[in-house]
Ligand binder design. Structure first.
Ligand SMILES: [Fe+2]
Ligand SMILES: [Fe+2]
Length: 320
């Protein structure tokens, strides 16, 4: 497999190698081993041949099912994320070592979610497998190759943090303690991934802030959750936003503001090129726009939720 890196990218990868070594070592020291089977209540399992799945088997609310299915299909797409990482970071040295370790850890997420949902009959296993086949056969692949390693670092920082929030809030939404414990465990992995990428981003800013700011602008303005390629994503994402699992408010307050302003200190960076100055201004204006859009969305959601019961009460049964 080729690295797909240009000469400039190769220099950058080399310059960031000490930081990647440091943060990989820290990651290995901080992360703790865990086992998917310890999070699955096997005592609840029943034979599907004797008792095929039916909708009443699931004790999860419809919205919880939607969120879990979307999160699981997102994790199922792992082979394509590996390809994307390989494109931007290459498979050599400590960068490759990180990508492989990351891949091994990510693999657990779909294993544990699927095992839990299959054993507890939370989702229709046939529909779920068909959705997985559909998803992975089409292969949602985010193209970062032409953009380079900095885009990779910025995107993965945002995405890992967003995924951490989404898993944790999905668990809370189910109000099922064993599932909350499971999603919190996944979120813990996502958090360590986020911290790794975020700190590599900080190291890149110390090397040369201008290209990082340009990559930030590109990635923040085009950000989409990795699940954006899943069939029916739009409707499901809307349902997740309505349920407060992941919405613009969270994206602004818990992802963009802490990462860009607190950790990467975007507003305080000095010595930027004119091009990077323009990118910074555009980025700051964009974040303010996300804030306004989030407020608008919150108000319209509150209005809609207030109105829904009234509208239901007005519904007229058609004459037959
Ligand atoms: Fe994951
Ligand atoms: Fe992750």
């Amino acid at each position: 497999m080729t690295t797909g890196s240009s000469a400039g990218s190769t220099d950058l990868l080399e310059e960031l190698t000490p930081a990647v070594e440091r943060y990989l070592e820290r990651h290995i020291e901080t992360s703790t081993e865990w086992f998917p089977h310890e999070y699955v209540p096997y005592e609840e399992g029943r034979n599907y041949r004797e008792e095929p799945w039916q909708a009443s088997d699931s004790r999860l609310a419809g919205i919880a099912q939607t969120c879990l299915e979307l999160n699981l299909l997102t994790e199922d797409n792992l082979p394509y994320y590996v390809l994307a990482l390989w494109d931007v970071f290459g498979g050599d040295g400590v960068w490759g070592e990180w990508s492989r370790r990351w891949t091994a850890e990510e693999g657990r997420h779909s294993i544990v979610l699927r095992d839990y949902l299959t054993v507890t009959r939370g989702l229709d296993p046939v529909a779920l497998e068909r959705a997985r086949m559909d998803q992975v056969s089409h292969g949602y692949r985010r193209r970062l190759a032409n953009e380079g390693p900095l885009d990779g670092v910025v995107f993965t920082t945002l995405q890992e943090l967003a995924t951490r929030i989404s898993h944790r809030n999905t668990g809370k939404l189910t109000a099922e303690p064993s599932l909350e414990r499971l999603t919190a465990r996944i979120a813990q992995d996502e958090n360590l991934h986020y911290v790794f990428y975020r700190d590599v981003g900080t190291a890149a800013l110390e090397v040369d802030p201008s290209p990082v700011v340009i990559a930030m602008e590109r990635q923040v303005l085009s950000f989409a959750m990795p699940s954006a390629g899943v069939p029916g994503f739009g409707e499901r994402a809307k349902a997740m936003a309505d349920a407060g699992v992941y919405d613009l408010r969270l994206h602004h307050d818990q992802v963009l503001v802490p990462v860009l302003f607190k950790h990467w200190r975007l507003q305080q960076l000095s010595g930027l090129t004119p091009e990077a100055e323009v990118a910074r201004d555009r980025l700051i204006a964009f974040v303010a726009k996300v804030d306004r859009a989030a407020s608008w969305f919150e108000e319209s959601r509150a209005r809609r939720l207030r109105l829904e019961p009234v509208l239901e009460g007005l519904a007229v049964t058609p004459a037959v």
